[in-house]
Write a protein that binds this ligand. Structure first.
Ligand code: ZN
Length: 194
């Protein structure tokens, strides 16, 4: 990933409760931390994420993203993340309105827009996210927060996502379903430069 020019490593943590699948947790994050200096962007698809925030920071996270659907006290969760000294993100499922982040805008370093329903890799990108990206960008106004798009992103989605206001694109299958992941990262980056 580093050789291909990736800006950061996005890690999908799934708990089998918030989403149907179980992926990886603290030991894997610690192991990845030892292998790279790139920022680790942790996408927590888990219920009650506030219980584990400090553990994930200790394991080496640079940014923690919680799901708005999993946080009844979203502002508190975001403030807690920043108090731990890392960046805070909020993720929106496809059915969740951008208005969910309207009153926590000043607590955010990143808004993650899911372009598939979270839980499994290899799903097809939902085009309804394009206007949503623009809506989130407008809601954020002049704030410097990033807008990230995650789920089913392939080369063909790169340009429209960027044109609508995305600043970070997360790719899983588009990178790892090949023999040379570094080359795939390069191709995705090239698609963002026109
Ligand atoms: Zn993710």
């Amino acid at each position: 990933m580093e050789a291909g020019g990736a800006d950061q490593i996005h890690i999908d943590v799934m708990d089998g409760r918030f989403v149907p699948n179980i992926t990886m947790g603290l030991p894997i994050v610690s192991a990845i931390r030892k292998r790279t200096r790139l920022p680790l962007d942790l996408h927590l698809m888990i219920v009650e994420p506030e219980k584990y925030l400090a553990d994930f920071v200790r394991a080496g996270a640079d940014l923690l993203t919680v799901h708005v659907e999993a946080c009844p006290h979203l502002q508190r969760s975001l403030a807690q993340i920043r108090e731990l000294g890392v960046k805070a993100g909020a993720a929106l499922n496809p059915a969740t309105s951008p208005s969910a982040i309207e009153y926590v805008r000043d607590d955010l370093d990143l808004v993650l827009i899911m372009s598939v329903n979270p839980g499994f890799g290899g799903q097809t990108f939902i085009p309804a996210v394009y206007p949503k990206i623009r809506e989130v960008r407008t809601l954020l106004g002049a704030r410097s927060a990033d807008v990230s798009v995650d789920g089913g992103v392939t080369r063909e989605h790169v340009r429209p996502c960027v044109e609508h206001g995305a600043t970070i694109l997360v790719a899983g299958s588009a990178v790892f379903d090949g023999v040379d992941p570094g080359a795939r990262v390069k191709e995705l980056r090239q698609a963002a430069q026109w």
